[in-house]
Design a protein around this ligand. Structure first.
Ligand code: ATP
Ligand code: MG
Length: 394
C-alpha cells in the first residue's frame, strides 16, 4: 500500500534526506490518506535538530514555531510543520510535559504518539512505516492506545477525550482495554486545562457522536455534569446538522438558557457560540410555523441566520419541520419584505410631522410594524400614516 504524498511535502522530505537526515510525513495525514480522505494538513518529522532544519531550508522562509518542542514551520507553497523526532520528558500532573528531548530514531517518536492509527509515518516515495500496528487497527476501525492505556492516560489525560473524539470523527470503535482505561482514568480530566478539553469536545460533537455520548456518559459527566445525556438526546445530537451551535443546543436542551450559557462560559466556548446556544434555548418553545406573520416575528427577534438555526434546532429536537420554514425565511429575505423597523416605510420624523408627541413615537413605530407583519396594512407611507392617525397611543 502506497500513499500519494503532495509535491511540496516531497520537496521538504527530499531536501532533508539530501542533507543526510531521515524525514517522514506522520500522524493524521497518513491516517486520513489511508482512509481515502484528503488530509487537513501534512506534518513532517525528522532526525534533523531544529537549527539543522532551519539550515536545510535556508532558501525558504522558515518560522521558529516552537523551537523548544522541536517545531519549525517552512513555507513551501503552504506552511509545513517540521518537528524533530522526540520523546516527551517526565509527565507531571497528567499533562504533557514542558520538556522534551530529541532523538535520532523514528521508532521512539512514533511510540510517544497517542493512538496506533496516529502513529504511522510515510516517506517521500509514499512507503509506510507502521511500527505500532496502526494499519491493522485502521482496517478494524479501532482506536487503540500506543502502549499500555492506563499509563498513557496517566501521562496525559487529554488523550482520554482525544480517544473519544477520534472514535466519533472517524466512526471507529474503541478497543476494549483502551475503553476500560478511559472509564477508569476519567477523573484525571480534572487536571486538564478546560479549553483543551473544549477543543476536542467540539470536534467530537461534530462527528458521529451518538454512541460515544451514550457509552461514555460517565466521562462527559466529569466536565459537563449538568448535561443529562439520555440515549434519545445523544442520537438527536448526532442527527442534527453539523453545526456546533445547534449540536450544543440539542445536547443541552434540558437546561434553561441561563444555565446553558453558564456551562458554556465555564468551558470557555467563544462568545459567539454562547450567544447562539443561549438564543436557541430561549426561543425553543416560541411559536414558529410556516406562516409569514409568524416567521417574520421570529426573524424580527433573532434575524435571518438566527431564525434558520432555530428552525433546524427545533427539527433536531422533534418539535417541527425545518424545510418550509427555511424556504419561507429565504423568500421573505429574498424580496426584502418588511419585518424590522429599518424596513418600515415611515420613520419617527414622519410621525412627528403628523403631530405625534416624541414619547409616542417609539410605541407607534412598533405598532405600525406589527400591523405590517400581520398584513393588516401594506408597507407604504400613505397607508402607514393614515393607520398611525388611528392608533390609540395614550
Ligand atoms: P486532525 O486531523 O484532527 O488534526 P491529527 O491526527 O493531525 O488529527 P493533531 O491533534 O493535529 O491530530 O495531532 C497530530 C499528531 O500528534 C497526532 O496524529 C498524534 O500522532 C500526535 N499527538 C497529538 N496530541 C497528542 C497527545 N496528547 N499525545 C500523544 N500524541 C499526540
Ligand atoms: Mg492535525
Amino acid at each position: 500500500m502506497k500513499i500519494n504524498v503532495p509535491q511540496n511535502i516531497i520537496t521538504a522530505l527530499g531536501l532533508l534526506e539530501k542533507a543526510g537526515f531521515e524525514a517522514y510525513a506522520v500522524g493524521g495525514c497518513v491516517r486520513d490518506s489511508l482512509l481515502g480522505k484528503t488530509p487537513y494538513d501534512w506534518d513532517v518529522c525528522t532526525s534533523a535538530k531544529p537549527q539543522e532544519t532551519v539550515a536545510v531550508f535556508e532558501n525558504y522562509r522558515t518560522i521558529p514555531t516552537g523551537i523548544k518542542h522541536g517545531t519549525v514551520t517552512v513555507i513551501i507553497d503552504s506552511p509545513i510543520e517540521i518537528t524533530t523526532f522526540r520523546v516527551d520528558g517526565e509527565y507531571l500532573d497528567n499533562r504533557r510535559p514542558e520538556q522534551v528531548s530529541f532523538t535520532a530514531e523514528l521508532k521512539a517518536d512514533v511510540c510517544r504518539r497517542d493512538f496506533t492509527v496516529n502513529a504511522m509515518a510515510v516517506n517521500r516515495e509514499g512507503e509506510i512505516t507502521d511500527i505500532c500496528g496502526g494499519m491493522e487497527d485502521l482496517e478494524k476501525r479501532l482506536i487503540r492506545c500506543v502502549g499500555q492505556p492506563q499509563k498513557r492516560f496517566d501521562e496525559d489525560a487529554l488523550r482520554i477525550i482525544r480517544a473519544l473524539r477520534f472514535a466519533a470523527t472517524l466512526g471507529f470503535e474503541i478497543e476494549e482495554e483502551t475503553a476500560a482505561a478511559i472509564i477508569q482514568k476519567k477523573n484525571l480530566l480534572n487536571n486538564i486545562a478546560v479549553e483543551r478539553i473544549t477543543a476536542e469536545f467540539s470536534k467530537l460533537l461534530k462527528g458521529n457522536c451518538g454512541k460515544i455520548l451514550v457509552n461514555f456518559g460517565s466521562v462527559f459527566n466529569v466536565f459537563i455534569p449538568q448535561a443529562e445525556i439520555t440515549e434519545k438526546i445523544a442520537f438527536q445530537v448526532e442527527a442534527a446538522p453539523c453545526e456546533l451551535e445547534i449540536r450544543l443546543a440539542v445536547l443541552l436542551q434540558n437546561l434553561n438558557s441561563g444555565a446553558a450559557a453558564e456551562l458554556l462560559k465555564n468551558m470557555r466556548f467563544s462568545n459567539g457560540i454562547i450567544k447562539s446556544v443561549q438564543e436557541l434555548a430561549e426561543y425553543k418553545d416560541i411559536l414558529f410555523v410556516a406562516e409569514k406573520p409568524c416567521v417574520k416575528r421570529v426573524m424580527n427577534k433573532i434575524g435571518v441566520e438566527g431564525a434558520k438555526r432555530l428552525a433546524l434546532f427545533k427539527e433536531a429536537i422533534g418539535l417541527s419541520q425545518s424545510d418550509e420554514l427555511i424556504k419561507m425565511i429565504d423568500e421573505i429575505e429574498g424580496v426584502q419584505e418588511c419585518y424590522t423597523l429599518s424596513r418600515l416605510a415611515v420613520r419617527g420624523c414622519d410621525l412627528s410631522e403628523i403631530g405625534l408627541a416624541d414619547r409616542q413615537i417609539g410605541k407607534a413605530l412598533h405598532a405600525l410594524l406589527e400591523c405590517v407583519i400581520s398584513e393588516d396594512v401594506v408597507n407604504e407611507k400613505t397607508a402607514l400614516l393614515s393607520c398611525a392617525r388611528g392608533l390609540k397611543l395614550g
